[in-house]
Design a binder for this molecule. Structure first.
Ligand SMILES: [Zn+2]
Ligand SMILES: [Zn+2]
Length: 261
């Protein structure tokens, strides 16, 4: 291992499937100090100095619990930083956010503030399967089934990496992309509902324990499975149901936790 390699840090700012108290902030993961994966209400934990250091945002999809904080982030740092925050997402997700959020009616178009030449927000369409290199880190989006244009992100540092699925339901085509990734040590995956609510989970395109256990049978048992997007009030029941899979251990990821890769 080269002497200069340094660990990539992951900080869970929010990972709940809804709000309700200090521990339930919605999806926002920070990689080192400059990259966010989704910008849900978890962003509210960062002070202005930390907000100004965010240079890249990668969005899994356009649902409000994953993007609401983006509106406030660009507003908070406008005039306080050099250059734009680059927001990476699929063309479909970008279209939706431009049309329905940053349209001057719901929120100003920050891609034109203070002007089109030097905006505080810059949209960057991603292509599934094409890695974005940020220093030693490589971030690759793969399509998942949830809503229009949804992506999972495979985030690789120089030593180790993790998959963040975003919200998703069964997507058999996802896993072969990761089969040969020797550095994959953790998968942070949606499991929103209990088995009783399987119909609702299917309809809203999320996992419940039954469907998740079946889905990840293809993954090596050595990969840690971290559960996120648990519905408020259902956390313990969902985690208990997951323990019926004797083959693996499932751990609920918590707000404020940090990991090194
Ligand atoms: Zn969603
Ligand atoms: Zn969500």
């Amino acid at each position: 291992m080269p002497a200069m390699e340094r660990a990539m840090k992951l900080h869970i700012l929010g990972c709940a499937g809804g709000i309700g108290g200090r521990e339930r902030l919605t999806t926002c993961l920070r990689v080192d100090e400059d990259v966010l994966l989704d910008v849900g209400t978890g962003i509210a934990d960062l002070d202005i100095d930390a907000l100004v250091r965010i240079d890249h945002v990668f969005l899994t999809h356009s649902h409000l619990d994953h993007v609401a904080g983006l509106a406030f982030l660009v507003d908070a740092v406008q005039g306080k930083r050099q250059g734009a925050i680059t927001v990476h997402a699929t063309p479909k997700v970008i279209d939706i956010l431009k049309k329905h959020v940053f349209n001057w009616a719901i929120w100003p178009d920050f891609a034109a503030i203070p002007d089109h030449e030097n905006p505080v927000l810059r949209w960057q369409p991603i292509a599934h399967g094409a890695a974005v290199a940020l220093g030693e880190r490589l971030i690759t989006a793969w399509p998942v089934n949830h809503t229009v244009g949804s992506s999972a992100y495979w985030v690789r540092g120089s030593r180790d990496g993790f998959l963040f699925t975003g919200d998703m339901c069964t997507t058999p085509a996802l896993w072969p992309h990761l089969a040969n990734e020797k550095l994959l040590s953790k998968v942070i995956v949606d499991c929103s509902f209990t088995n009783v609510d399987r119909e609702l989970a299917d309809k809203s395109m999320h996992f419940c324990p039954q469907t998740l256990i079946e889905e990840i049978k293809v993954l090596p048992v050595g990969v840690d499975i971290l559960i996120y997007h648990l519905k408020p009030g259902q956390e313990e029941s969902i985690m208990q149901e997951l323990q019926s899979d004797g083959a693996r251990r499932y751990v609920a990821v918590r707000r404020g936790e940090t990991f090194e890769f």
